[in-house]
Structures are given as C-alpha cells and as structure tokens.
Write a protein that binds this ligand. Structure first.
Ligand SMILES: Nc1ncnc2c1ncn2[C@@H]1O[C@H](COP(=O)(O)OP(=O)(O)OP(=O)(O)O)[C@@H](O)[C@H]1O
Ligand SMILES: Nc1ccn([C@@H]2O[C@H](COP(=O)(O)O)[C@@H](O)[C@H]2O)c(=O)n1
Length: 226
C-alpha cells in the first residue's frame, strides 16, 4: 500500500524505544508549534484493551484479528486536550496500566492489526486542520509516513529510560518497571526496527539532555527542514 499524500501538512514522524520520551516530547513540540499530535502507541494500547475486553485469545493471531471489526477508536489530536475512547468509553488512563502495557506487543505483532491501524493513522493525519502534525510511534518514519518532511529517531540509553519510567510509575518496583520496558522493546523489535535510524532519519539522543533541551533539539531538526 502506498502512503497517503500529506501535501498541505508538515508531517513530523518520531520513532523510538519505550520510555525514550516520544509521547511527552512530541506533545510538547506540537504545543509549541501549534501542530496536531498523534500518539500511535495509544491506539495500539486501546486495541489491546478492546481485545482483552472482547475476551479474545491474545496469543492467537486469528483470535486477535476477530476483534478488529468491533474496534471503534476515537483519539484526540489536540495536544492540550488528549483523550482516547473506545466505543464511547474513555480509556485514556486505563491503557497506561501495566495490565495493558504487558500485552500490547501481542496485538501489535499481528500484520492485520498493523495494517488496520496504519490506515487509521493516515486518515487522521490527512484530515487534520492544523498546519502540521507530530506522529509518534515505532514505525512512523519507515511505514506510516516514510515521506514525512521531518523524520526523527528519539532515543536514550536503556538505563536512563528505565529510570525515567520508574520515576513516573511510583506504585511499582523499579525492577519490575525496568523488566517490563526491556521485555516490550525485545518483543516489539522483532516486528519493527526502531533502534537504528533508517536512511534520512535524524537521531536525537536525550541521554544527556533534560526535557526542555530535548524538545528544543527536535524543534531544531524541524526548523532545519523548513
Ligand atoms: N529528556 C528528558 N529528560 C528527563 N525526562 C524525560 C526526558 N524525556 C522524557 N522524559 C520523561 O520520561 C518519561 C517517559 O517519557 P514518555 O512517556 O514520553 O516516553 P515514550 O517514549 O512515549 O514511552 P512509551 O513508548 O513507553 O510510551 C516521562 O516521564 C517523561 O516526562
Ligand atoms: N507505531 C507503533 C506504536 C506502538 N506500537 C506498539 O504499541 C505499544 C505501546 O506503544 P507506546 O508508544 O505507547 O509505548 C508498543 O509497545 C508497541 O507494541 C507499535 O507497534 N507501533
């Protein structure tokens, strides 16, 4: 399938491993530039939530695919008013729970799921009224929007990513949070390569940068392409 054209919109594609700052940094970049923001991981999480609710056998790909026709996703692209709904139920917080995080890779590895969600992402991007959109995930620079004007691989050392994530999830042990992050990266990288930058993709390594410096580094890449 060829990618949808985004002729009138500046598309900023951001990929990277778990905890690299894709969501928080992309959202801040979108706010600063007046762009829309699309969190594709949230859509995969929402589908995992939906598949669990539908009682499908997550280990069986055919069973996972059977939950696609009933998946009604409503995801906001306003970085100031973000929400995710499935069939009218607000799942914005529920999809961040470890119960969903622990199974999302099982649904994300299914080719039919990836094709269906990729089509949704391209539709959302092509319908945005904003002058630009920051789309973040794992395969945005390579599959969802390989022709994006700006393509960034946002990364940080595994140790730093684990530390940032466990600071966020205070109710869980740092060891458990770190193990889940590593296990998810291992599973996800069997399906998509988000650890190395594809040709034409600029790497922003935030290991030694604070949050604001990372946002500025991504904006500098965008400005260099304008
Ligand atoms: N440069 C930075 N310095 C300090 N903290 C940061 C930096 N970048 C991101 N963070 C923090 O790291 C945590 C993880 O960031 P975020 O949730 O945006 O990552 P992510 O790549 O979207 O993760 P996931 O793929 O697991 O959803 C957040 O608490 C965020 O505020
Ligand atoms: N483009 C993408 C985005 C996400 N995934 C899968 O969803 C999971 C959750 O993503 P987060 O960014 O919210 O952590 C992720 O672990 C992948 O399994 C994907 O496959 N492609």
């Amino acid at each position: 399938m060829s990618p949808a054209p985004f002729e009138d919109t500046v598309v900023v594609a951001v990929d990277g491993p778990a905890g690299s700052g894709k969501s928080s940094v992309s959202k801040a970049v979108a706010r600063k530039l007046g762009y829309a923001y699309l969190d594709t991981g949230a859509a995969y999480r929402a589908f995992a939530w939906h598949a669990q609710r539908a009682g499908v056998e997550l280990e069986e790909q055919a069973s996972v695919v059977s939950a696609l026709p009933s998946f009604e996703l409503d995801e906001a692209t306003d970085p100031d008013h973000f929400f995710v709904r499935v069939g009218g139920t607000d799942v914005t917080d529920a999809i961040r729970e470890p119960a969903v995080t622990g199974v999302v890779s099982l649904v994300a590895r299914v080719p039919d799921v990836r094709a269906a969600l990729t089509a949704i992402f391209r539709r959302i991007a092509s319908e945005t009224a904003a002058p630009g959109i920051v789309i973040e995930g794992r395969d945005i620079t390579t599959v969802v929007a390989p022709d994006a004007r700006v393509r960034v691989l946002l990364t940080a050392s595994e140790e730093v990513r684990m530390g940032r994530r466990s600071a966020e999830l205070t109710g869980y042990s740092p060891e458990a949070v770190g193990e889940q992050l590593k296990a998810r990266d291992r599973a996800d990288s069997r399906v998509v390569d988000f650890m190395t930058a594809a040709d034409g993709v600029t790497t922003v390594d935030s290991t030694e940068l604070n949050f604001d410096e990372t946002v500025d580094a991504v904006i500098a890449v965008i400005q260099s392409r304008s």
